[in-house]
Design a protein around this ligand. Sequence first.
Ligand SMILES: Cc1ncc(COP(=O)(O)O)c(C=O)c1O
Length: 366
Amino acid sequence: MRQPAHGGNLAWAAALAGCPPSAILDFSASISPLGPPNSALAAIESQLGNLRHYPDPDYGELRLALSHFHQLPPEWILPGNGSAELLSLAGRELAQLAATALITPAFGDYYRALAAYHAEVLEFPLSFGTNAQESFVIRHLSVIHDKGLLLNNPHNPTGKLFSREAILPYLKDFALVVVDEAFMDFLPPEQEQSLVEVVQEYPNLVILRSLTKFYSLPGLRLGYAIAHPDRLRRWQLWRDPWPVNTLAAAAAVAAVADKEFQEQTWAWLPAARDQLFQGLASLSGLQPLQSAANFLLVESQQSSSQLQQKLLKHHQILIRDCLSFSELGDRYFRVAVRSGLDNQRLLEALSLVISDESLVIKRKDN
Ligand SMILES: Cc1ncc(COP(=O)(O)O)c(C=O)c1O
């Protein structure tokens, strides 16, 4: 079976670990351990009888719920079959420009969405070392107004949060700026740096959001784009009429209204992330990076693909190697923040695997 380029490939992991997929403790996909919210599950159940009808092609109720959530008119919001579907539509738009700037290491699906429409890609490295300044700089582009920019905030895989002010100047220069905010909802309202509040001032801005991570709904496929209504109307003509199914639409309406679940997540994450960060930092040869999201990128003195294989075979734990990010290679891995108990299990397993590895290295030295 091929090495997966995304996290969360449990079939691949189970084949390696020699156990059923359900026995794998998955730290590779950055999904909240708290969900899905009961409100979303109840909404799905309540809609089972409606499966005999097509969904509303305008997704009126869902757009209204999202418009209340973001304080925006509904026509500025377009739901999609996961943010991945909307990323493909953004890729089609970006491909019409002279080139698209990516901040690297970049989420692998950006390359897919851009390559699908033969877009020209320009890469700009983020300074992300443990002591590096938390910013990106796009230099050496003499002509910008014919180009696009695609980035995520918080940044995956580093977990860095760019301030609103760091991104705003690029909106003045680039023809189109697509900001993927798939992890932004993990920040409480007083800390988030979303561009949603300025979107109506910038017709060249597209924001992508996802219900996958925060609400633990990767299998449902629900995301949305926030952008100028003219652009979203154009996108609707490019895609099939009912990309979001009835169950996903109902679950999303319930999820975004679920203030209790949102508060619970904001209360859980900082302490759980800190526990995992401190635990990882205390292990020999590992250095986690500070993160604003629900995952940590970890620099490792040992081969992370070997750590991954040992964790799988001996502990049925899956971490995300970073081989698919060419800038990171085998010296980094990424882990999701999970419950306190799960995080502890990972830390204990890592400790065993690492000490085993250092014995091997010592023996070689002797
Ligand atoms: C940065 C980023 N954006 C978007 C996505 C895709 O989200 P969705 O499930 O909504 O398609 C992911 C999933 O891994 C991601 O990491």
